[in-house]
Design a protein around this ligand. Structure first.
Ligand code: NAP
Length: 324
């Protein structure tokens, strides 16, 4: 018996027009980096994900030890399970390079260095996508940063060029002819990108990876969040409390730690523009639970409408933008 129960079939969706099919449950590796999860646990997480039919890993140059840990886990997959690198879609992000704070992170030179270092840490020769990590609209408009990732694509270092961010910058990115992948926030507590960003991405056949799909488990008490996540998840706690959602009202019964993840993940997967939801966790046991939720598919249309209404009503008097 592995950590993941491989009896559930993982639904797959295209990773953008012409892209490989990816499991709707992807893996977000910020948490394993920021919480410094041990390598043995990371190996079990990645092994469990692959056994459950997941094939997309998201990381970033700035997630501390995340890239190196994923690199070691990929090597271990090959050695111990005979699974090839070509079975996994690996996405990373470039941006402010730790230790090189004096450099402009969005210069062509910084981006080239960041990509080279990501490849080295991951132990691979080519990334399936590289994303500009949350640069602002003015940086996108300037063109140098997008030009640098296009150059990396032309040099064969990355397969696709993309952007990670929200709101007006994300909208600019998905309308840009060179951008093929978007990573953006979408959850019960973060719905701003549904209005324009997702439809514009769908219109161009862009691969959409959803970050923070579990709303950082904001149904928990804030003091139960680990490390930096207590501060990071706080705005989602406030939003969820204002929205007064209750999974049982939508026919999803059971204890909070079972019902909320189902409502959260199935809400995100209810949007056909979404290729994959990048769920973060440092606990191998989550894989089987989340794979089983993903296999249940989208929520009924009336449930999705009710959740969207709850969001719109809760922020009727103030703006709730997409949170990066
Ligand atoms: N580009 C960016 O700026 C950016 C920003 C944020 C995130 N991201 C990407 O998106 C990924 C996900 O974001 P995130 O980790 O911040 O938020 P998230 O996936 O919305 O939430 C992660 C939280 O959900 C909990 N969780 C997961 N499955 C669960 C389950 N079945 N039952 C109960 N709790 C469960 C985890 O708890 P446990 O640890 O207890 O399992 C963790 O605390 C990141 O890892 C990263 O790849 C990118």
């Amino acid at each position: 018996m592995t950590d993941a129960d491989a009896t559930v079939a993982m639904p797959r969706r295209p990773f953008g027009t012409g892209g490989p099919p990816v499991g709707v449950l992807g893996f977000g590796s910020a948490e394993i980096g920021f919480l410094e999860t041990g390598q043995e646990t990371v190996d079990r997480l990645i092994g469990g994900l692959v056994e459950a039919g997941c094939n997309l890993l998201d990381t970033a140059a700035m997630y501390r030890g995340s890239e190196a840990a994923l690199g070691a886990a990929l090597a271990s997959l090959g050695r111990q399970r005979g699974r090839g690198r070509d079975e996994i879609v690996v996405v990373s992000k470039c941006g402010p390079p730790p230790g090189r704070e004096g450099l402009d992170p969005w210069s062509a030179e910084s981006i080239r260095l960041s990509i080279e270092r990501s490849l080295e840490r991951l132990g691979i020769e080519r990334l399936d996508a590289i994303l500009l990590h949350s640069c602002d609209l003015a940086t996108l408009e300037k063109g140098e940063a997008i030009g640098a990732i296009v150059e990396a694509r032309e040099a064969g270092l990355v397969a696709k060029a993309g952007y990670s961010g929200d709101n007006e910058a994300a909208l600019f990115a998905v309308r840009h002819p060179e951008i093929e992948v978007l990573e953006t926030s979408l959850s019960l507590a973060d719905q701003a990108n549904l209005a324009e960003v997702l439809p514009a991405a769908a219109a161009r056949g862009i691969a959409v990876m959803v970050k923070r799909p579990m709303a950082n488990a904001a149904w928990r008490r804030n003091e139960d969040q680990e490390g930096m996540y207590s501060k990071y998840a706080a705005p989602y706690h406030e939003r969820l409390a204002t929205m007064s959602l209750d999974p049982a009202a939508f026919g999803i019964d059971g204890p909070a730690e079972i019902a909320w993840p189902e409502l959260a993940l199935r809400f995100v997967l209810s949007f056909s523009a979404v290729s994959t939801a990048l769920v973060g966790s440092s606990k191998p046991a989550r894989v089987a639970a989340n794979a089983a939720i993903a296999a249940k598919g989208p929520l009924p249309e009336e449930t999705v409408s009710a959740i969207r209404d709850a969001f719109d009503q809760a922020c009727a008097d103030e703006s709730w933008p997409g949170l990066t």
